[in-house]
Design a protein. Sequence first.
Length: 437
Amino acid sequence: MTLLRSPPALHRFDTPLGPHLMMVDGSRIYAIDPTLDREMDLLAGAAPDAVLDLLSRHGLSAEGFMTGDLPQDPPMRSLSLAVAQACNLGCTYCYAQQGNFGGAEANMGWDVARDALTGLIDSAAPGEQVKIAFLGGEPLANRALVRRATEFAKALAGERGVQAAFAITTNGTLVGPDDAAFFARHRFAVTVSMDGNEELHDQQRPFRNGRGSYRRILANLAPLLGQGEALQVSARVTVTPRNLALRETLDHLIGLGFHSVGFSPVLKTPTGTDELQTPDIDVLLEQMIACGEAFTAKMIAGETYPFSNMQTALRELHRGTHRPYPCGAGAGYFGVSATGGLFACHRFVEDPAGAMGNVTDGVDRAAQRQWLESRAVDRQEPCRQCWARYLCGGGCHHEVIHRGRPACDYIRGWLSYCLQAYVVLGERAPGLFAARP
């Protein structure tokens, strides 16, 4: 869908409503008339400035949103706490190596959690929001700390006039009714890891003794989903070569009552087990588009279909999101290890490649500056010549550092599809964007 004639500043794409153009800088999307489209054709192979001059004459300016300036010592605004570097499951692909990140199993102590949360909240001004996530391993293996840390953070944030938002990602096997009530009371966003129906899930996410975990999780979902609107419960599907039938999985998990369902492909594991290879990634794109087509049809019909990958992509396109990084890792967001180390994100816990200081001394600003300098998308190859660079941000830092970029064609293909769907839905289901910024 990308035309080779277009410089990296542009991406032309076709939709059922005619040709469209995305200005890469600023992620601005325009319908273009046949005359302009033909004129652009005539400039195939011309210097980028000639194409931009043509667009300017048609009222499509290329004003610069992306200045190349990098953030300088950005304040911390989000933490994920690895409260339990241990897990009761033996997932085949676990980036945390069954929760211990390649070391001894450990639970986070109160002093580490307190210092991390105090540093986070003290760095925020009154009225600002901080985000606190509990991860592992399995965070509910250290339930007492999750609860104490939540109540401490909420009280301290209240004293400072700061808003605190909470999240937890759990394997679902230890969740009880009291946990569900606690999460609802503190307005948690809850993500449960599930990889499909019983057969698929149990292949990839068994207990350490080899027994399946699906039925245990299913029994534990009832109190979570029973909280109604007070608690948003999402399913996170880790996609390997073994569970690529995404549409069936999506419908299955929506049928269980999850408020949203999203897919996360496995591109890098500590052992290489279950990593997607090029043929798998091709199937992944086909399946993601099939899910997107179902979503689009449901939206046009006025129905709901909580496919979170699609919802997120459309929201970002509608906002005109353009960014030099894929996420806030190493900027405003950090992962905290059980022993108090600060890392670029939850996937870099105990990984020297993402070490960023500790909760006692704070962020290592020199390490952070080097990270932000080297990881900016315009400093990456081949990203600098990719039309999708400011939507993608260069891809997951952890995956790129440790495996490279096997999924670039997938990312471009998915974003191309989402651009087309955005245009169609804007015309045929405009209410979808009515309340969005």
